[in-house]
Design a protein around this ligand. Sequence first.
Ligand code: SF4
Ligand code: SF4
Length: 482
Amino acid sequence: MAIYNPKSKKAEEFINDAEILETLAYAEANKNNVALIDEILDKARPKKTEAGYTCAGLSHREASVLLACDIPEKVEEIYRIAEEIKLAFYGNRIVIFAPLYLSNYCVNGCVYCPYHHQNKCIPRKKLTQDEVRAEVIALQDMGHKRLAIESGEDPVNNPIEYILECIKTIYSVHHKNGDIRRVNVNIAATTVENYRKLKEAGIGTYILFQETYHKESYETLHPTGPKHNYAYHTEAMDRAMEGGIDDVGLGVLFGLELYKYEFAGLLMHAEHLEAVFGVGPHTISVPRLKRADDINPDDFDNGIDDDTFAKITACIRLAVPYTGMIISTRESEEVRSRLLKLGISQVSGGSRTSVGGYTTEERPHDTEQFDVSDQRSLDEVVRWLMENGHIPSFCTACYREGRTGDRFMSLCKSGQILNCCHPNALMTLSEYLEDYASDATKEVGYATIERELERIPKEKVKEIAKQNIADIKNSNRRDFRF
Ligand code: SF4
Ligand code: SF4
């Protein structure tokens, strides 16, 4: 039997089934243990330091106790602390990105995804380089600077060379004042050698959702194709890091398995990366199973309601305070609005989840990976964020300055966010307003910028940011950053 060891390189030892089951039993036994819950909440609370704030985070066991707890005032306290952490480390900034689907050819049999190999109804499409260029121009014309590329797994149709060529094409397009400054990659688990190639191609974060950490369910949900191999999939982040990628993004697809099991597995995965590589995951995504071509979410028994979803998000925020959290347009405006307060730091906007979706007038449904609940345009999302007190940010500065992995983490921990991320957010927002926004968004945007500039603590930084924003307004100079 596999023994739990967070430092092990073997999937079944760092995501250990027995440890998860013991964790869930411990959480259940202590869910009304007020003294312990208070102790855990106290540990999670951000503490003021000379430089800013520091946060201890929580172990998977501690966080699981909070997730199991149903005492209303304690749950409220979890939400309050999640908000405090969000404000301490991320401020009111929300980073914006868009997915770009390259190909829906796939040899895997994932039963929850319409791109699965057996689906003969869905039209298969793979973008040519000219089509990639056209999609990128459409995305730049919306105002996007950060993309997450998505592709099915198919060694013949979408080999690594195809993905690398697409990345090169994306970075090469400079339409009007537009450019894509960070390409994150969401492709199937691959070899160290291929991860090295992705790193050399200049990718930002490598994202791979585990889907479920429960091995038996994993094998049932992935009956055919290379993805069937649980260990190969689960150990992918280790190979990515060995290949030199130090920003990796985790996620599970909530709804496939029991959420408490997934939650503990997800945090154990983060602890494993920290234990082996000294850096936790750069981001955690929280997708929920959604309706799509031949997929009905009701066919899966483990769906979670909005309240549980909010609690999961808040508990992740408490457990891994320095990890960014992402929510996509799978979720409605209402759900996104609630979760933004509880720790989400990145959202997608104006997304199309089909291959070639950005260059068609109407939202195409025939090649969509999932139904988009939030169908607003990027301009509407940007305005909505500002009207709700957030600053939409198109910042990619860390990636461009080489602040990845532990260097990014030390920025996060140094308390310099108000002197770094904040002005970067305002400068990139002003680029967006000048080049792409509607008049209504521009009006709200400049009022936001004026107000938020005053919050920059260092006078010198404030002056430079003001000067750069004036330059953005009065010239075509772009891409200022701290
Ligand atoms: S989830 Fe990914 S690997 Fe699975 S069928 Fe869909 S595209 Fe293919
Ligand atoms: S400066 Fe770095 S951490 Fe801050 S918003 Fe920009 S990319 Fe993110």
